[in-house]
Design a protein. Structure first.
Lengths: 425, 308
């Protein structure tokens, strides 16, 4: 294993220093380090962050390897500065058994670019009818701790209560896709002025807020951990704020696209902007940004959702919802939050690692710590070119936008996965 | 002239007026023994219909044929569309066949906008999902102008299922351009959110048909699908008809000069009674005839015809 000496790097925004990476850990830190056997990286002007951790990634394997594989998604993640991703369960077959989660986990190990932590389905086949074998997935080699029917809401309140209770036995957490299905039948975009103009069926904010309100009460009642996926509305922020003030064990994530893009994008009828939950309004964005700074929202998670060209190059109503996120998330965070490195490390690495229980991730680079880190050039600007992305899919909503920041290098347990902005394998 | 006609908002006042004036000239052709002009000879118009709509399709077909265009009817049933061909591939096929104009009816809102990215010819939206139907709005405006002599300053009530109505959206947009005032009337469940901000500032909303009727020059009744009551938009067809249907006593609340319109097909006994539909105030049959003239004008102007 080649040692690396990173010279002149700002660790999470602090004064420049050197980091020596050896045998999978940060062996030493401080100004003026020397190591004759190490490869030297001049990191002047770069910022070191603990490797990013994504709580919400769709890797599409097994089932839709034409859209993404564990390997291609892992490469996209590493290029985005990630060292760990949590892979959602809505594959085909669904990750609702120990066998499937172990397969995904093993594929992640073979790719070796990020730690792939499978998420297990809450209900068999995501059908919302009966619990999947949550304990078997927890006890499997994949050691599943987060369970989610993401893409579908666990709408049945009794089933949601049971799931929340049941996973307490192994310190599990239910990650809810909050969407009251009866209020969103046929929904295509945010319900509001733009949906009225475009004649597209609206997805009202209350469909999300009503489920979050119910679920925080359920989590409070049974004393369980709840995580809310992709919060998208100002009203949801208020529900979460009140629940947290009461001490409910709830965490929440927001996606980069819900921090930046509004429902006005739908006016093109280009389904690259179709996503679930839908893009909302400028006032929702303002509330989500404030909540992220304040900590009412704990985490930025990508909801990276690759889709094949034919599933997007069609009529809006027939397109699949979802957008790419892994390779642009840090740039969006920088754009939205500015160079607030400690906040970015908190929301994109430390807190998500803690929620997912990923030991060795989400820890700032310091002597003795596993060398899971990424180097960012905050001065760089880049134009997003869909064809240049490592993902197998091209459905980025940021095509041809100029975004700040560039990932220069990423290390997973001391091994570079990205060097000079390029994946090493 | 605009290249496509996708929305009631596409023509500005001058263009909309030009279309209506041209339609008036086209209407004189219908009175001739030989109902045909050579204006679009050698041009190809494709009717691309993903929804059954015999009325609209034959109206466009008659319009194109009266202008001597070659007409290709491409319907979703029994074509490659039924085998799962994408809209894009269909568009590229039409493009390769040299379509000068594509008239598209589609159940998905925005499909004509997508199509316009993929073909070089003009795209005419003949109704997309619950979005728009701009030639219907043009023929409605033409009918109002013919009957009432003007458009600016008219007060038009559009009554019924505005939420799902492409006719209502296009009419609000076009009538706003033409200087008419619109009041949308229906049960609150069938009026979409933020409609004035979404379409045209100044658009009014009322839930009380009886209160609106004495103050309007035009009342346009929208078709209400009986299926909507299974989705709790209103309790029953009878209750809907009682509260929002136009019957004889209600019609007599209108000013003497006011006209009654309906885009068809009607549900007699639901949103309109036979007494009203068949009354002298009703323009329903005229609207059909005017539809051909207006669509002739649209095709003629989009395809660059200059001299009649």
């Amino acid at each position: 294993m080649t040692p690396y000496l990173i010279k002149g790097v700002s660790v999470v925004g602090a004064a420049p220093t050197d980091l020596l990476i050896r045998d999978g850990v940060v062996a030493d830190a401080g100004a003026g380090l020397t190591a004759p056997d190490a490869t030297v990286l001049d990191a002047t002007g770069l910022v070191a962050l603990p490797g990013l951790v994504d709580l919400h990634t769709h890797l599409r394997e097994p089932g839709r390897e034409d859209a993404e594989t564990v390997e291609s998604g892992s490469r996209a993640a590493a290029l985005g500065g990630y060292t760990a991703v949590c892979a959602m369960a809505n594959t085909s077959p669904v990750a609702d058994t120990a066998g499937v989660v172990e397969q995904v986990w093993r594929l992640g190990r073979e790719a070796g670019l990020v730690d792939v932590q499978p998420i297990g389905a809450v209900t068999v086949g995501l059908a919302g009818e009966r619990l999947a074998e949550l304990g078997a997935m927890a006890d499997s080699a994949a050691q599943v701790r987060i369970f989610s029917d993401d893409g579908h809401c666990v709408a049945d309140p009794k089933l949601m209560r049971r799931a929340l209770e049941y996973v307490k036995a192994f310190d599990g957490i239910i990650a809810q896709h909050a969407e009251e299905p009866r209020l969103t039948e046929g929904a295509q975009m945010h319900e509001g002025e733009v949906s009225t103009r475009l004649g597209l069926i609206g997805w009202p904010a209350v469909a999300e807020e009503a489920i979050i309100a119910r679920d925080v009460l359920l989590a409070e009642h049974v004393g369980s951990r709840l995580h809310v996926c992709h919060v998208s509305t100002a009203g949801s922020v208020e529900v979460l704020r009140q629940a947290k003030a009461r001490g409910v064990r709830v965490t929440a994530e927001v996606t980069p696209h819900h921090l930046l893009l509004t429902d006005v994008k739908a006016e093109t009828y280009d389904p690259v902007y179709k996503v679930n939950p839908p893009l909302r309004t400028a006032s929702d964005i303002a509330a989500l940004r404030a909540a992220l700074v304040e900590g009412v929202i704990d985490v930025v998670a990508t909801d990276h959702a690759p889709h094949a060209v034919e599933d997007k190059e069609c009529e809006w109503a027939y397109a699949r919802p979802g957008m790419l996120g892994l390779e642009t998330a840090l740039s969006i965070a920088l754009d939205v939050l500015g160079p607030e490195w400690d906040l970015i490390a908190e929301r994109m690495s430390r807190v998500p690692a803690r929620i997912a229980g990923l030991d060795g991730h989400g820890v700032d680079p310091a002597p003795g710590v596993p060398a899971n880190l990424t180097l960012v050039d905050p001065a760089a600007r880049r134009v997003v070119e869909p064809a240049e992305l490592a993902s197998r899919s091209r459905n980025t909503p940021y095509a041809r936008m100029t975004l700040p920041g560039r990932i220069v290098a990423t290390f997973l347990r001391g091994e570079p996965t990205v060097l000079d902005g390029k994946a090493v394998k | 002239m605009i290249r496509h006609l996708l929305s009631g908002a596409d023509p500005d006042l001058a263009t909309a007026t030009q279309i209506l004036d041209t339609a008036a000239e086209m209407a004189t052709v219908a009175g001739r023994e030989v109902k045909k002009l050579p204006a679009l000879r050698g041009r190809t118009v494709v009717n691309l219909f993903y929804e059954d709509s015999t009325r609209t399709r034959i109206s466009f077909e008659a319009a194109a044929k009266r202008l001597s265009a070659d007409v290709i009817n491409f319907s979703a049933k029994g074509s490659s569309v039924a085998k799962g061909e994408s809209l894009k591939d269909t568009a590229l096929t039409l493009q390769a066949m040299g379509a000068d104009a594509v008239v598209v009816r589609h159940p998905a809102s925005g499909a004509p906008h997508r199509l316009a990215h993929w073909v070089d010819g003009s795209v005419v939206n003949a109704g997309d999902g619950t979005h728009e139907h701009p030639t219907q709005a043009l023929l409605d405006a033409y009918t109002m102008r013919s009957r009432l002599g003007r458009l600016a300053g008219l007060h038009v009530a559009i009554v019924g299922d505005v939420l799902h109505s492409r006719v209502a959206r296009s009419n609000v947009l076009l009538l706003s351009t033409l200087g008419a005032k619109v009041t949308l009337v229906g049960p609150p469940t069938l009026i979409p959110v933020d409609i004035a901000a979404a379409l045209a500032p100044g658009t009014l909303v009322s839930y009380d048909l009886d209160a609106v009727l004495p103050n309007v020059d035009v009342v346009m009744m929208l078709r209400v699908q009986r299926e909507r009551m299974n989705d709790s938009y209103f309790p029953s067809a009878r209750e809907y008809a009682r509260r929002y249907g136009l019957d004889g006593p209600r019609m007599r609340r209108l000013p003497d000069h006011a006209i009654v319109m309906h885009p068809g097909p009607m549900n007699r006994g639901m949103e309109i009674t036979p007494e009203v539909a068949d009354s002298p105030r009703s323009t329903i049959v005229e609207q059909v005839a005017n539809g051909v003239s207006v669509r002739m004008a649209v095709l003629y102007l989009l395809l660059g015809g200059n001299n009649l």
